[in-house]
Design a protein around this ligand. Sequence first.
Ligand code: NGQ
Ligand code: ZN
Length: 456
Amino acid sequence: MPALFAETALLPQGWADRVRIDWDAAGAITAVTPGAPAQGSAERADAVVPGMPNLHCHAFQRAMAGLTERAGPAGDDFWSWRAVMYKFVAALEPEQIAAIAAQLYVEMLKAGYTSVAEFHYLHNDPEGKPYADRAELANQIALAAGATGIRLTLLPVLYQTGNFGGAAPNEAQRRFLLKTDAFNALVESLFKALRGSRHVRVGIAPHSLRAVPPAALREAKAALDKIDPTAPIHIHAAEQTKEVEDCLAWSGKRPVEWLLDEAKCDARWTLVHCTHMTAEETRRLAASGATAGLCPTTEADLGDGLFPLVDYLAGKGRFGIGSDSNVAVSPAEELRWLEWGQRLLHRRRNLAPAPEGASIGGILWRASLAGGAQALGQPIGAVAVGRRADFLALDRAHPCLAGHMGDGLLDALVFAGGTAAIRHVMVGGRWVVREGRHPAEERIAENYRAALRRLA
Ligand code: NGQ
Ligand code: ZN
């Protein structure tokens, strides 16, 4: 049986020293033994922490990060960014999507994400016609994940309308569109194709209430329930004030309010962004058991606003983090901005609710492990029996971790550049990054450069 001996490790009950971790051939942890003797064949590691699930990603957007920072003619906002993104999407070919996703997933692994929920909405060819295999582009995502070793929750996206009330989609959205039957067939085929894969789970992602009418939402969920009544469901909600206004005009309700009332969101659901909520929506979302999918660097980049984290956590709400548009690819950076946004807003420090002396980095890392695991619908997020062996081995000898121990390591990781100390990364019992390197990183980077040359 493969095993690892960690000098110190973050377990559900807290930090423990001299921990032996055993797992089986399927990558599931079979034993966790603190205070174990450092003998036998177990490999040694320094400080082990669970790897972070990334609960929200549009992989292709990695290749346009940094290309949308030029001033437009009339003032820029989320919607003008989206217009640029739509132009970018128009030309992408399947091999380019795979090359971009593989590059991104390598970057994620090296930064401490061990799994990703891909909110995948490119389905059709550049003319808007279905590929011979409807799953052509979804397959590219699964291939990229497989090639890099990252764990995947694949969320094919349902996208039908241009705005609330069944507004027609525009030309630029043609690559996203599927009728409900075609979408359900795609979902079913992905379940079939990926059934044997230990590292992949399939769910669905109705894009938003802007893009999915209520009847289609109901039908897609009912079809999913027949295949897997516990599969995850993700949706964008209330990222921009315009979306809230349009939703009110359409239904008399705000997006999060509508979803809680009409879709009865529970622990199976992840509501991405939820930037603009009333105090009542914040309280109700927290009580629903759903996960709030927070993407602080993208939300900052797009000028969305700040999530009401303090009130949400006071209501014991669950959250996880996502890299979304991939302007940043680092769990530490997402969590740092999550907390920093609140500090800037409230002009105070250490805002995540915590007993005196508690580590903010520790609280944020643990909370987003739990929320991320729930959102991805996989047994991950903890070094514990039955969970998958997905973890990071930190190098405590690295200067950025010097002087830190226990949760202090997580404070350094989140708030003081500690990412540089991520030395090895394991997914499902297999090292995918060693000494900061992914074995295929040169080849994957070369493919990525070639894909960008063809796009330019
Ligand atoms: C997306 N991204 O689906 O990629 C969206 C923009 C939309 C973010 N919201 C498109 N960050 O919401 O209509
Ligand atoms: Zn998104």
